[in-house]
Ligand binder design. Structure first.
Ligand SMILES: [Zn+2]
Length: 138
């Protein structure tokens, strides 16, 4: 049984609601009406609003804070796989949207995972890292 990430309560419920393209989102500076569910604000995405929350403390279960989203006017994180060449200097962020962990050069070309995400090898790393965790050096 799932326990709450904040208070360890076992009173965690989940909801899946198909609203398709009738989703309205209201937040600082931005508002959408009658669109699909944004997939970058932690409430599901596409046709469905999906989330789990705690009946004791109200915590919505997930990884917070989320990186900046298109919806709140921020540039989406990450690099464009189409323009990323081998040997490019990049800043690696251990937490997407967080501070720079270290600077490294890419090794080889990025490749796409089954879930649609892009990864690339960087110097000093084993395996691929998500392009969402990389940014152009500032
Ligand atoms: Zn809780």
């Amino acid at each position: 049984m799932k326990t709450c990430q904040r208070c360890s309560s076992k009173r965690v419920f989940s909801v899946t609601a198909k609203c398709s393209d009738c989703c309205c989102v209201d937040g600082p500076g931005r508002q959408t009406t009658d669109g699909y569910v944004p997939d970058d604000i932690g409430i599901g995405g596409g046709d469905y609003v999906e989330m789990q929350w705690c009946l004791d403390c109200g915590q919505i279960q997930g990884t917070w804070p989320l990186p900046g989203t298109e919806l709140d006017g921020a540039e989406p994180p990450g690099l464009d796989p189409a323009t990323l060449e081998s040997g490019t200097w990049v800043d690696y962020h251990a937490r997407v949207g967080g501070p720079v962990t270290r600077r490294a050069r890419t090794v080889g070309e990025p490749w796409q995972l089954g879930n649609g995400g892009w990864v690339v090898k960087i110097e000093g790393g084993s395996g691929g890292v998500s392009l969402d965790a990389l940014s152009a050096p500032s």
